[in-house]
Design a protein around this ligand. Structure first.
Ligand code: ADP
Ligand code: MG
Length: 220
């Protein structure tokens, strides 16, 4: 595993990333001018297609970090599920979907579908039949869909595990394994976590390829 050396001495402006012009313009209209430390240190590697482990406290801007990598990689004209974000709870999945929609506002016709437990299964099948570019959801419900064959992930090229430590604490390891087994092996994988216990190290070794570790300490 390598550690990021994208030092903070570089300018923190989002314009340096050379994102799609619509995304950059929208960031300015959202009032996002400078990258947070975790964004500055992880985005260059994520945009280069590397697997990245991002460790940073709550509120450090991890959603926009992986969200921008995801939206930059997305081919809007290809109406296939290209990326998926797994979150520990329905509330967090809703928050992530909301932030992604905000970031994607300038990019028309992006379909983001949330799939969480606690909501009826049937309507989700209908939504999946209509198609989506991005799935955001919780491991339990997504596992059900992949096992039943109502969610096919053959076109997935980016997988994000958000709050991975909490997903493992909640006992989702087997569900994660079942889901990841049904995704293409050549996908890009991003893992975000507030802590980095041995269990996260082990899972990252089994599901990621030569990941870059980006760690932003509490003092930043
Ligand atoms: P985390 O997942 O690391 O806990 P979030 O992704 O939820 O943090 O971000 C926390 C808040 O910071 C959100 O309200 C988000 O809109 C805001 N934010 C993220 N990146 C930036 C930025 N570069 N500039 C200004 N605000 C930002
Ligand atoms: Mg978060």
């Amino acid at each position: 595993m390598s550690t990021s050396n994208n030092t903070e001495k570089k300018s923190l402006s989002f314009t340096n990333l050379k994102l799609k012009p619509d995304l950059t313009k929208n960031l300015a209209s959202l009032g996002y001018h400078d990258m947070t430390p975790i964004q500055a240190q992880s985005l260059p590697d994520m945009l280069n297609g590397k697997d990245v482990i991002g460790q940073g406290k709550t509120g450090s801007g991890k959603t926009a970090a992986f969200g921008l990598a995801l939206l930059e990689k997305l081919e809007v004209k290809r109406f296939r599920i290209q990326s998926m974000v797994l979150c520990p709870t329905r509330e967090l999945a809703d928050q992530v979907a909301k932030e992604l929609r905000k970031l994607a506002r300038a990019v028309h016709n992006i379909k983001i579908l949330t799939l969480c437990g606690g909501t009826p299964f049937g309507p989700q099948i209908g939504s999946l039949e209509h198609g989506a570019h991005i799935i955001v959801g919780t491991p339990g419900r997504i596992e059900e869909h992949v096992i039943k064959g109502t969610l096919i992930l053959d076109d997935l090229n980016l997988l994000v595990l958000d709050e991975a430590d909490r997903m493992l604490e909640m006992g989702f390891e087997a569900a994660l394994d079942n889901i990841i087994d049904r995704t293409p092996v050549d996908r890009q994988t991003l893992l975000f976590s507030a802590t980095f216990p041995d269990q996260i190290k082990a899972i990252s070794q089994s599901i990621m390829t030569d990941p870059v570790l980006v760690k932003v300490s509490v003092s930043e």
